[in-house]
Design a protein around this ligand. Structure first.
Ligand SMILES: [Zn+2]
Length: 184
C-alpha cells in the first residue's frame, strides 16, 4: 500500500495534443452582426450547396437527393481567417455577393492571404444579405499561421461516400461546429 494510486500517471504539465488543437469553427455572421479577421487562405474555396434536411449539404452532379426534392441551390464560399487578438482560426462562410470583393482583391493582388476582411449581415434575418469589405493587413504574410485545408475540413463535415480521397480518415477527429442557419 506504499504507492498512492492517484498520483501515478495522473498529472502532467501539459495536456497532450488532441483534437482540440485542430478544432476550427465554421463562422457564420449573425443577423445584424459583423465578423472580421486576417485571411490565411491563398484563395477562396467555393461550392454549390443546398440547405436540406436541416443541414448544409453539397450539391453533386448526377444524382443529388436535394435537387430531386427541389431544394434551392446556391453558391457558398469559405476562407480561413485568423484573429490577432484571440489567435483563433475560423472558417468564414460567405455568400456569392460577399465573395465579390475578395475575388476582385485576388485579381489585383494574386493572393488573399494577409488581407483583412470584414463581413456584415444587414437586418434581423439570419439569412439576411451579407456585405464584405477587404483591406490591406498589417501583419507580414510569412508570420501568419498556416491556413487549414478548407476542402478537407468541409469534406469531413459533410461526410459523403466517394469523398474518402478528399477527407482521409483523420487520426484525430477534426470537429467543426455546425453553426449553420436554416432557410426560412
Ligand atoms: Zn443538388
Amino acid at each position: 500500500m506504499g504507492r498512492s494510486e492517484s498520483s501515478d500517471g495522473v498529472f502532467a504539465r501539459r495536456a497532450p495534443a488532441s483534437a482540440a488543437d485542430l478544432d476550427y469553427q465554421l463562422m457564420r455572421v449573425p443577423a445584424g452582426g459583423k465578423l472580421s479577421g486576417t485571411i490565411l487562405s491563398h484563395d477562396l474555396v467555393c461550392a454549390r450547396v443546398h440547405y436540406y434536411q436541416r443541414r448544409t449539404t453539397p450539391h453533386t452532379d448526377g444524382e443529388c437527393e436535394a435537387c430531386e426534392h427541389k431544394t434551392r441551390l446556391e453558391w457558398k464560399g469559405w476562407v480561413a481567417v485568423w484573429s490577432p487578438q484571440t489567435r483563433v482560426i475560423g472558417i468564414l462562410e460567405l455568400t456569392k455577393r460577399a465573395m465579390i470583393p475578395l475575388e476582385k482583391w485576388f485579381d489585383e493582388h494574386r493572393t488573399l492571404r494577409g488581407a483583412v476582411v470584414v463581413v456584415a449581415r444587414i437586418g434581423r434575418d439570419i439569412n439576411g444579405k451579407l456585405f464584405s469589405t477587404i483591406h490591406p493587413g498589417s501583419i507580414d504574410r510569412d508570420l501568419l499561421p498556416k491556413s487549414p485545408n478548407i476542402e478537407q475540413l468541409l469534406a469531413r463535415m459533410w461526410r459523403r461516400k466517394g469523398w474518402e480521397h478528399i477527407a482521409p480518415e483523420p487520426k484525430q477527429i477534426i470537429r467543426m461546429d455546425a453553426t449553420e442557419g436554416g432557410v426560412g
